[in-house]
Design a protein around this ligand. Structure first.
Ligand SMILES: [Ca+2]
Ligand SMILES: [Ca+2]
Length: 403
């Protein structure tokens, strides 16, 4: 079996290396129904009632302010998220649904996730203890452009090829030269080249499309710039926060919209029949689909952000469009390690993993799948990774703002 380093070195998209396998808490009320003592006078009752109402309105005002949706200086919509809990790991139902849907042998799918420590021994509960805001959409190319214009930031991909460049040339979308011309998987469709940057990912984009071709470093630099600009703390979501807001209260199903990947075309831009029609043999390798019968999601490459319905908490494109960088370093055994360290109750408060599988190799988590992904890769639970200094035409990011 390949080591993480070897896999990362190959710089293949997660879709091709791993595809095979691939509530809020309620507030406790401790008051009595009316909150009053038995011996109070009517006046006292009125005063107490008035006081109770004042407290209630004040509480509602606080709750409302916490719950407000906001638009920041970049015109980015931020939706409020309340603390709560998230089960992490793979639910039996999710495994079963995929085994049945894709004719994979149940044990094979389960075995894949078990190897990643995400199933059985890795099951645990993540407790999100603080409220935060999260971008309703992925960061757009127009928003990233403003950052570049103000800071003259040079991305890792733009430095690639020069001496001491931190990362490899960006993976851009390179259509096969001709049908039948591709002899090996290495020649297929996604190629590392210095000609690709966030301005040229290999397909056309407008300022409303999600920015791609940004490394983890570039995404963090964007957050730092925006924090300084607004005097607030912007950052990438932790891996746990990402799944928490993607699931939006759902558990035991592969997607926030349900268990059925064949409904995904209504809710997400993923690699489905339109991609297969544009580039035959590209999708079929990864996904058992019927090109003629299966509806298209409408986009071969990235879609303008927010083109599909929001999930119950107001997020668009958590599944698909582009993978999203998370703060965490990627570790194969992260879930198993966290579960074991958590003790009997297996509850971990605000988990954040910073220790990678291989010392000295900065590999970070990416989540949610992309326009190029098969269903296993855009499940809410599916963990993927990429080198922090590298970039690809199917990876972007979304920001979190602390409160
Ligand atoms: Ca698509
Ligand atoms: Ca996404």
């Amino acid at each position: 079996m390949s080591t993480l380093y070897e896999i990362a070195e190959r710089r293949k998209p997660p879709g091709s290396t791993t595809a095979r396998a691939a509530t809020p808490d309620g507030l406790r009320r401790n008051a009595t129904p009316n909150g009053l003592r038995r011996n109070e006078t009517p006046d006292g009752l009125r005063r107490a009632a008035t006081t109770s109402l004042a407290v209630l309105f004040a509480t509602l005002a606080i709750a409302t302010s916490v719950l407000a949706e906001e638009t920041n200086t970049l015109g980015m919509k931020l939706v409020p998220i309340q603390p709560g809990t998230l089960k992490r790991g793979i639910a039996d139902d999710e495994i079963r649904a995929h085994a049945e849907q894709f004719t994979y042998v149940l044990s094979k799918v389960a075995g894949y996730f078990e190897n990643q420590g995400e199933y059985g021994s890795g099951l645990h509960t993540a407790k999100i203890t603080r409220p935060f805001h999260v971008g309703a959409t992925e960061v757009t190319r127009g928003q990233f452009r403003k950052f570049v214009e103000e800071t003259r930031h040079i991305t890792d991909a733009e430095m690639a090829g020069q001496p001491n460049a931190p990362g490899a040339p960006m993976l851009g979308f390179t259509p096969p030269r001709a049908i039948g011309a591709v002899k090996t998987l290495e020649e297929l469709d996604i190629v590392s080249s210095t000609k690709y940057t966030w301005k040229n990912p290999g397909f056309a984009q407008t300022d409303e499309h999600p920015v791609v071709g940004v490394s983890w470093h570039d995404a963090v630099a964007f957050c730092q710039w925006l924090s300084k600009k607004e005097g607030k703390t912007y950052r990438l979501p932790t891996e746990a926060e990402w799944e928490y807001v993607c699931r939006a209260g759902t558990w035991g199903q592969a997607y926030w919209f349900g268990p059925d990947p064949y409904q995904a075309y209504r809710f997400a831009n993923i690699g489905t029949s339109e991609l297969e029609k544009a580039y035959p043999k590209m999708v079929l390798e990864k996904w058992v689909i019927d090109v003629e019968k299966e509806p298209s999601d409408g986009f071969v490459y990235t879609a303008p952000v927010g083109s599909y319905p929001a999930n119950p908490w107001g997020l668009h494109d958590a599944h698909g469009n582009v993978f999203e960088w998370c703060q965490d370093a990627y570790s194969f055994t992260a879930y198993k390690d966290l579960a074991q360290a958590a003790g009997k109750d297996r509850v971990v408060a605000d988990p954040l993993v910073l220790k990678p599988t291989t010392e000295g190799v900065d590999v970070r988590v990416i989540r949610g799948g992309s326009f190029y992904s098969s269903p296993q890769n855009f499940m809410a639970c599916t963990r993927s990774f990429f080198l922090a200094a590298d970039s690809a035409c199917y990876i972007g990011f979304r920001v979190v703002r602390g409160n």
